[in-house]
Design a protein around this ligand. Structure first.
Ligand SMILES: [Zn+2]
Length: 354
């Protein structure tokens, strides 16, 4: 089996995917038609976005996705289609994450989450080969009150649907202080797992010193989330420091790495210089994710292929990446065993020893 086919066929686990950024062009078109049933020039705006390599165009897609997911029905279809696409990419476990949104007169945050769960319920029957979980996101940019609301919402939904709602994701501008971590403690006490974006971007304002970012990163590491996202600006060659990198290695917290996302957002200049290299070489727990497959025009298979061709990973190492990802999921022990069984079955069928 050649590399491309192997990466496609591997039973993969996606642990870092934002719902809105994952919407494909087909889904966006469908949502546009739902929202504008009588529009003649329906696809003009969407079709004009062809050059996904430009960051400006990427953010246009984010904005369009937001403007098209303003009703529970649209959120339902977004979720259903996204699950279907991950399933078609042979993803056997998907942890989606999303910030609940309220749109006045159209949708409450509660209805937003309910729409995702409703889609999960239907997908469970339609696509039984993929196990689904949801992380409720807290976007630091939206402030303390929104974070408080989302945590309360997550705890309530966790009580009602523990099979789907498994944790919280801390995302957004990392410069806004550590007060959010105090809120996350409450969620952790309630039994929710925590995934936190960490050191994703370097200082956007060049006149600022390293200090705020480093303080934030240290605060997050000390909090010991169950998983970390990106951890880009931690290694000394990526505007971090030896101190930070050693702290990360000592923490042994699994890191979700999204190669294409970091390249397209220009937080890392080349695939070769991506933090994957340093974490992989150090034997640190890592897993691959797409971040926003729609926005960055990628798939999890494609991310595996890039990791393999850039860092020379052999087929047994790719299989091991899938296997070790199982351990980092927020699934139950029983579910993890079932996932391991699937990957081991694949390795036997393809005669890949590891
Ligand atoms: Zn992310």
């Amino acid at each position: 089996m050649d590399l491309e086919n192997l990466c496609q066929a591997l039973p993969k686990l996606e642990l870092h995917a934002h719902l809105n950024g994952s919407l494909s062009m087909d889904t966006l078109k469908k949502l546009y038609k739902m929202q504008n049933p009588n529009s003649k020039s329906s696809e003009d705006t969407l079709m004009s976005i062809k050059n996904f390599s430009s960051l400006g165009e990427c953010f246009k897609v984010f904005n369009i996705a937001h403007s098209l997911t303003t009703t529970p029905e649209a959120v339902f279809h977004s979720t259903y289609d996204t699950v279907k696409e991950f399933k078609e990419d042979n993803v056997i476990y998907l942890e989606l994450r999303s910030t609940p949104r309220a749109i006045e007169g159209k949708m409450t945050k509660q209805e937003y989450v309910e729409a995702i769960i409703k889609a999960f319920e239907i997908c469970k029957t339609d696509f039984p080969s993929i196990l689904l979980k949801l992380l409720i996101s807290i976007n630091r940019k939206q402030g303390y009150k929104a974070a408080q609301d989302n945590i309360e919402l997550a705890i309530n939904f966790f009580k009602k649907y523990p099979q789907y709602i498994v944790g919280l994701d801390l995302s957004g501008d990392p410069m806004t202080g550590s007060t959010f971590l105090e809120l996350l403690r409450k969620a952790r006490l309630a039994g929710l797992k925590i995934a936190a974006h960490c050191a994703e971007i370097y200082q956007m304002l060049s006149h600022l010193s390293h200090v705020p970012n480093e303080t934030e990163t240290i605060d997050i590491l000390k909090f010991k989330p169950d998983r970390l996202g990106h951890c880009t600006c931690i290694h000394p060659t990526l505007q971090g420091s030896s101190k930070l990198f050693n702290l990360l290695l000592d923490s042994k917290i699994p890191v979700e790495l999204c190669l294409t996302s970091n390249i397209q957002c220009k937080t890392v200049s080349t695939y070769e210089s991506h933090q994957f290299k340093y974490l992989f070489e150090a034997g640190h727990p890592i897993c691959l994710g797409t971040d926003d497959k729609g926005v960055f025009h990628t798939s999890l298979s494609h991310e595996y292929k890039i990791a393999s061709s850039t860092f020379g990973l052999k087929q047994e190492q790719l299989l091991k990446l899938c296997l070790s990802s199982v351990e980092y999921t927020f699934a139950t022990l029983e579910e993890k065993q079932a996932l391991l069984y699937e990957i081991e079955k694949f390795s036997k069928e393809c005669n890949i020893t590891y």
